[in-house]
Design a binder for this molecule. Structure first.
Ligand code: ADP
Ligand code: MG
Length: 257
């Protein structure tokens, strides 16, 4: 039954940096169409876990499976091809380019055959058609995040919050199934944060699956159906918010502090 294959399954993942074990034998799954939270103190291994899952780092051992397919060690764009993309803790927009230009850059390696078609006869019109499609998608995403009025603005002139919206909009250019968000609310003002959360829930209702790293515990508890707790590279707990809040080990290692 395809419904039983999780969108993402991580088994016994390990990564060491010159003697420091950043991720230590971590295993978990995330559920289709849900928002799963990943929390843990600074240095717990959250960003490293993201990097391992999305191909920005190669694990020392362990496996990463997307919809049952082993993608361990694959390059990020190949993983994006298979439907999983991420945002970065520090937004990576190019400040010397406009918002729209940033959006058009995003889908270089998007799913589809645009590159192959371009080397085939009759490619020209196809390339033009592809570009029109990408442009349409870009406007659609800018409108969704209410930043279409900023399309011609240099990305460098955006506020911290607007950059986060652009980062999300860019991630959606490839029409992924799974979105990994690394602290998407950092530096975002409360009203924009509220809006961003609403957008995430809207996308979830459309069928997108989320893994969300965030330091605001209440935000995680209020918006995630399941929470993973990392501590010193190890998975300390994994369960629904209510169970996590009352978990003695979690309280002692993290929430209590
Ligand atoms: P978190 O995102 O939970 O704050 P990180 O995954 O960034 O944690 O870091 C986990 C541990 O791995 C920390 O001790 C950090 O210093 C270390 N670390 C992360 N990336 C590197 C790297 N590229 N080189 C060396 N050490 C790293
Ligand atoms: Mg981090």
């Amino acid at each position: 039954d395809a419904g039983e294959t999780p969108p993402l399954r991580v088994r016994n993942l390990r990564k060491t940096f010159s003697g420091i074990t950043a991720v230590d034998d971590t295993s978990f799954e995330i559920e289709e169409g849900k928002i799963t939270g990943l929390i843990g103190p600074n240095g717990a291994g959250k960003s490293t876990t993201f990097n391992l899952i999305t191909g920005f780092l190669t694990p020392d051992s362990g496996t990463v499976e997307l919809y049952g397919e082993d993608v361990t060690g694959m390059r990020p764009y190949k993983i994006a091809d298979r439907g999983m993309v991420r945002t970065f803790q520090i937004a990576r927009e190019l400040s010397e380019m406009t918002v729209l230009e940033n959006m058009m850059l995003a889908p270089k390696h998007q799913r589809g055959e645009a590159l192959w078609r371009s080397v085939l006869p009759g490619a020209r019109s196809q390339v033009e058609r592809d570009e029109a499609e990408v442009l349409e998608r870009a406007w659609e995403m800018l409108e969704f995040f209410d930043i279409d009025h900023l399309a011609e603005e240099y990305a460098g002139n955006l506020s911290g919050g607007q950059r986060k919206l652009l980062e999300m909009a860019r991630a959606l250019m490839t029409d992924p199934d799974i979105l990994l968000l690394d602290e998407p609310f950092a530096g975002v003002n409360p009203s924009l944060e509220e809006k961003l959360i609403e957008h995430i829930h809207e996308l979830r209702e459309q069928g997108y699956t989320f893994l969300l790293v965030e330091h605001d515990i209440d935000l995680i508890m209020n918006n995630c159906s399941r929470v993973l707790v990392l501590h010193q590279g190890r998975l300390l707990a994994d369960g629904p918010p209510a169970a996590i809040k009352s978990d003695e080990r979690v309280i002692e290692a993290y929430l209590g502090g």
